[in-house]
Design a protein around this ligand. Structure first.
Ligand code: CU
Length: 157
């Protein structure tokens, strides 16, 4: 996992080219230009889901893990809590859904929490559990982007 802000793009030179390209594209898009739904960026290798929904208490949500894609999650509006861990859980996982590349777990062992504000992003690598869309004080409706980046692109400088 790593977290950052789109205001810091001048420090992103050392990131994988695919992630740099995604962040540059997000930084070049005006917040109001993101329309809800799925948008192709590079076929099945990189695509983007834009969504708007109400946050919910973390206790009422499950966390997700992916195997094939990393998530680049950018908050466009609102305040969002995301629980996560850099460690892959080994117990209490629900079955993996290969068609949609996700696996759920009720709670993340040893979780940490991010406080996301507009313009902030977080990258979750395959195997890293994350529970997005959680309510923090001041949250309500949020709008966010999740860019899926195929794992084969993550190791390329
Ligand atoms: Cu995810």
């Amino acid at each position: 996992m790593f977290q950052g802000s789109l205001t810091q793009t001048h420090y992103f030179g050392g990131l994988p080219a695919s992630i740099r390209r995604v962040l540059a594209r997000l930084a070049d898009t005006l917040p109001e230009a993101f329309t809800c739904g799925r948008h192709e960026i590079d076929g099945e290798l990189i695509f983007m889901n834009v969504m708007e929904f109400d946050t919910q208490p973390a206790q009422s949500k499950k966390a997700e893990l992916h195997r094939t894609y990393a998530d680049v999650q950018l908050l466009i509006s609102g305040i969002e809590g995301i629980e996560y861990s850099a460690l892959t859980p080994t117990r209490d996982l629900e079955p993996y859904h290969s068609d949609d590349d996700y696996q759920l777990i009720s709670d993340i062992p040893d979780n940490s929490q991010l406080r996301m504000l507009p313009g902030m992003f977080a990258v979750f690598f395959p195997g890293e559990p994350h529970k997005p869309g959680c309510t923090l004080s001041g949250s309500g409706t949020i709008k966010k982007v999740v860019v899926k980046v195929h794992h084969s692109l993550l190791n390329q400088p």
